[in-house]
Design a protein around this ligand. Structure first.
Ligand SMILES: N[C@@H](CCC[C@H](N)C(=O)O)C(=O)O
Length: 278
């Protein structure tokens, strides 16, 4: 087995190993992904991204894998990172990137930040999905002090809890219990959100399949949408995460726009001993 080149990127500390599978397919088992995700013996990442040839005429397809090895539908920060990399390569700021749940439009802005149009949020109970019919605005589920969620699907599922003090929430303890609540048949990403003003909120996250991360783009989108639905926020606001700030807008037309910085940390090659660890 040969070495496998990768780029390590991050959006606000939400970090990614990005593999280029356009010229030759890359198929890794869940065990291999987990081995590469190991922060001591592998590289370490929140998500692994495999760029593949487009299936429907976009600029590229991106496959998204959580650190636990499971494939997921959406990752806002990784989409912005991939857009930045592919835009530089293609010498054009605007791209279309396919994912398993649809094609996303991206733009590298003049200041280097990247905006992604995450599409339309889904708010129906069976679109989150929840295990049984209920109003997704107020879902009685969770673990104290997170007891009533607003659920939003922005490609992936989120349970957003509004709190008085986000720093006081023991996310590492509560997050995994909510993630695995049977009400959420596909498990769920968990956000604790403190409203600071109608245009600013603080968000902490427990990511499905990963754990605590410094930022979650789709989580920031879900938080803004949940806050608008509850009358707590304007349609455009800054979401302050552990790793920095994303600007999120839910347009009147229903599109969800996310803007923020991206960075390349380093380029490297995965050794066969790591890839083959499984
Ligand atoms: N970090 C991401 C979300 C990654 C996927 C998530 N853990 C899930 O399982 O849905 C983002 O920036 O959106």
């Amino acid at each position: 087995m040969q070495t496998l080149p990768f780029i390590k990127m991050h959006g606000l500390g939400n970090d990614f190993v990005v593999l280029d599978g356009r010229a030759a397919p890359i198929a890794l088992s869940e065990a291999q992904i987990r081995a590469i995700a190991d922060r001591r013996t592998g590289v370490g990442f929140d998500q692994m991204i495999v760029i593949e040839p487009p299936k429907n005429g976009a600029d590229a397809f991106m496959r998204i894998l959580n650190a636990d090895g499971g494939e997921v539908e959406a990752c806002g920060n990784a989409t912005r990172c991939v857009a930045s990399w592919l835009s530089a390569e293609a010498h054009k700021p605007a791209l279309s990137i396919e994912t398993v749940v649809g094609t996303l439009l991206t733009n590298v802005n003049a200041d280097g930040t990247v905006t992604v149009d995450m599409g339309e949020a889904r708010l129906g109970w069976n679109e989150i999905p929840l295990a049984r019919e209920m109003d997704t605005l107020k879902v009685a589920a969770g673990v104290a002090p997170l007891l009533e969620a607003t659920c939003v699907n922005v490609g992936n599922p989120h349970a957003v809890y509004f709190v008085d003090d986000a720093e006081a929430i023991p996310m590492a303890e509560i997050g995994p219990r909510i993630e695995h609540d049977p009400l959420f048949p596909q498990r769920i990403n968990v956000e604790a959100v403190q409203i600071l003003s109608p245009t600013k909120m603080r968000m902490r996250v427990w990511e499905r399949g990963v754990g605590i991360t410094r930022a979650c783009g789709t989580g920031a989108c879900a938080s803004l949408i949940a806050a608008v639905r509850r009358g707590l926020s304007e349609r455009k606001a800054d979401v302050i995460l552990d790793g920095g700030t994303l600007t999120i807008e839910w347009t009147e037309a229903g599109r969800v726009l996310m803007t923020g910085p991206v960075a390349i940390s380093y380029r490297g090659e995965l050794e066969p001993a790591v890839i083959g660890a499984a």
